[in-house]
Design a protein around this ligand. Structure first.
Ligand code: IPD
Length: 285
């Protein structure tokens, strides 16, 4: 099979991924009500459940069955030792449950996040907001949608008066926490209207894409938390960059995503930045 990855082909791949994400969501909805089998990963606040693993296996098996030449980066596969590797091949970047801590506590803000990169470029994003039954989708050059209706970012150009979304993340080391507190203070100092931390980086990016928040940022996340959200924000008319103001790098474990370049750059200018070990073995734009 020759893989070209043109728009029509990407569209058909994304449509199938949407179907798979919805099926995965059904499993998560059912499991939300049952007892969870929890284990720890990188820290005492970095959780994984049997459902995360089962849903990731389901998504990868479904996509692999249909597209045997495609490659996969998955949160739980990575945790099991299969390190994220981005090549030119069509690569699906999967977070089976983004918001595992929410899932564990039955807090209804969890998503299935599936991004697609072709020749190392992110070209499609699918995020299913499981408990709200909202399917966010975008293909590069085709706009962004929620349940088939076009979505757009807000018009916010400055931090004053904005609604900002961030996360504590799943690490608690002192240098990261120190920067986290400094950053909260800096954001509040701009007269932003408020800060929200709801527990799913992928859904946070959807909130920015639909104009329900103006800018989001986080240090310490991974490529599977932000790959799909990047495409959705961009296609909704928004902007994404590295928190230092440089180009977005999905392997760099940090991001700013916002309604406009102007608000992202303003936020970048007040944040205390931290360096994190990159995901995987290759970098992507
Ligand atoms: C986490 C969520 C959370 C973010 C963490 C992520 P997970 O993903 O997106 O909002 O703060 O950095 O690790 O572990 O629930 O898939």
């Amino acid at each position: 099979m020759v893989v070209t990855g043109d728009m029509a082909e990407i569209q058909s791949w994304a449509l199938f991924a949407e179907f798979v994400a919805k099926e995965a969501g059904e499993t998560i909805r059912t499991a939300m009500k049952a007892e969870k089998n929890i284990t720890l990963k990188s820290s005492v606040v970095d959780l994984v459940t049997e459902t995360d693993k089962a849903v990731e296996a389901f998504i990868i098996d479904s996509l692999k069955g249909r597209y045997p030449d495609h490659k996969f980066i998955g949160e739980e596969s990575d945790a099991a030792g299969q390190k994220a590797e981005l090549t030119d091949a069509p690569t699906w970047i999967i977070d089976p449950i983004d918001g595992t801590t929410n899932f564990v506590h039955s807090f209804p803000y969890v998503s299935v996040s599936v991004g697609l990169a072709v020749q190392k470029e992110l070209v499609a994003g699918i995020i299913y907001h499981v408990m709200a039954d909202e399917m966010y989708t975008a293909i590069k050059g085709g706009g962004a949608f929620c349940n088939g209706n076009a979505i757009k970012v807000s018009q916010a150009t400055e931090m004053a008066g904005s609604l900002v979304v961030t996360e504590v993340g799943s690490g608690r080391d002192p240098s990261r926490m120190d920067a986290f507190y400094k950053n909260l203070e800096a954001v509040l100092g701009t007269n932003a209207h408020g800060i929200r931390a709801m527990g799913s980086a992928a859904l946070n990016m959807c909130m920015i894409a639909r104009g329900s928040g103006d800018v989001c940022y986080e240090y310490g996340i991974h490529c599977w938390d932000m790959a799909a959200g990047y495409v959705i924000i961009r296609e909704a008319g928004g902007f994404c960059c590295d928190p230092t103001g440089g180009s977005f790098n999905m392997m760099a474990r940090r991001v700013i995503g916002g309604a406009t370049e102007s608000i992202c750059k303003q936020l970048s200018g007040i944040l205390t930045h931290i360096e994190l070990e990159h995901d995987g073995r290759a970098s992507a734009s």
